[in-house]
Design a protein around this ligand. Structure first.
Ligand code: NAD
Length: 367
């Protein structure tokens, strides 16, 4: 199983919360428990300097609570930088619900979770992530206004995943332009790992452009379905990372670029939707750079979803959503070029911009 967690044994040795490897001065961490519905959730608020902490809720069957805690710490931090680099007035937050979304998610559990979100008075605003549907957010909306990603029929901007996929496609094209000199993806071999809500929509963009798309997923039925719909090839091997490919698009869970996979990678570009693709940002970012593999920072190119849900708060429409998402192309290209000029990783270059924006706002706020 892929998780966004680095090493459970390592993280157990340190102080339970503030001493975690993934703890990065998070403002608030809320543990939520409800015996009647079986809800066990953690809400992580990383930073609220730019605005309320907005980020989706993930429901996942974690191996243990350490994994869940580290996931929420890493994911909420990522949201801070995603919103900052995208120019949104939002902070970073995220929530995880421990459990199997297929068998343990009930309307009562979702509403109870909504009550916990409500208790934070808007410091945290939720939305969908892995294991969540628009209908779940509609349930949360029944008990709190601090939720986005609700149905269009209920005044929301709808499912953010197609917009996320479009942004990833833009970021991928920019990374291709940087690496290959052209952003045309026709005949490029692209491996899409994870063909869920975002992955499938990305496959559609890629096949429309004439790319050779190979899909991988743990869900056999979905593989058949998506392959049939778009004519994509199904990956049947057992070591995807070692395959010859032009572009690797991680669209399942995070940390797939890690000590085990990084030296096998033959891809020339990595651009996908998954959050926290680099298990250890600086270390793995540097190794990719040394190997000439262009990495389009995840928190930059997967911002389409947050742009979509931000529209619900700011009241802008589809046209503006798509315009802001299209900007991901220019920002990605600028960041890749600046990273090269300054001899730093693309991830570092993107973080520098995001952190500078937060620091400036903090200074303004304290005046
Ligand atoms: P999803 O749950 O709809 O899809 C995930 C897919 O990955 C599923 O089909 C699942 O079977 C597959 N998968 C899980 N483990 C796998 C493995 N080991 N190998 C191959 N496939 C595996 O989720 P989604 O909404 O499409 O999101 C995908 C990723 O993008 C997540 O990391 C999410 O955090 C990130 N993301 C999503 C959005 C959004 O708008 N939905 C926005 C930003 C980032």
């Amino acid at each position: 199983m892929i998780t966004d967690v680095i090493n459970t044994n390592e993280i157990k040795k340190v102080d339970p919360v503030f001493g975690q490897l993934s703890f990065d001065n998070h403002e608030q961490i809320v543990f939520c428990n409800d015996k009647d519905t079986g809800l066990k959730a953690i809400i992580g608020i990383h930073n609220t300097v730019l605005g309320p902490a907005l980020g989706g809720t993930r429901m996942w069957q974690y191996a243990n609570e350490w994994e869940a805690l580290n996931d929420v710490l890493r994911l909420s931090r990522g949201m801070t930088f995603k919103s900052a680099i995208t120019g949104l007035n939002l902070g970073g937050g995220k929530a995880v619900i421990i459990g199997d979304a297929k068998s343990q998610k009930t309307p009562e559990l979702m509403k109870k979770f909504g009550e916990f979100v409500h208790s934070l008075s808007g410091r945290y605003i939720t939305a969908e992530d892995v294991g969540m549907e628009t209908a779940d957010m509609d349930l949360v909306r029944e008990v709190t206004p601090f939720v986005t990603g609700i149905s269009e029929s209920k005044g929301g901007a709808g499912n953010p995943s197609p917009v996320t996929a479009y942004g990833v496609f833009m970021g991928m094209k920019a990374a291709a332009k940087f690496k290959f000199g052209s952003d045309v993806l026709e005949d490029k071999t692209v491996y899409v790992q994870g063909i869920g809500h975002v992955g499938e929509s990305l496959v559609e963009h890629l096949t429309n452009e004439g790319a050779k798309v190979v899909i991988a997923d743990i869900n056999e039925a979905r593989l058949e379905q998506v392959s049939k719909k778009y004519g994509a090839s199904i990956y049947k091997g057992n070591d995807l990372y070692a395959e010859e490919m032009d572009i690797y698009a991680p669209c399942a869970l995070g940390a797939t670029v890690n000590d085990d996979t990084i030296y096998k990678l033959k891809a020339k570009v990595i651009a996908g939707a998954a959050n926290n693709q680099l298990a250890v940002e600086e270390k793995h970012g540097h190794i990719l750079q040394e190997h000439g593999i262009v990495y389009a920072p995840d928190f930059l190119i997967n911002a389409g979803g947050i742009i979509n849900v931000y529209a619900e708060l700011e009241g802008y429409g589809k046209q503006e959503i798509m315009r802001k998402t299209e900007n991901i192309y220019d920002t990605t290209l600028e960041i890749l070029e600046s990273a090269k000029a300054n001899e730093i990783t693309a991830n570092r270059a993107a973080l520098n911009i995001a952190q500078t924006r937060i620091a400036q706002r903090k200074k303004e706020n304290s005046k």
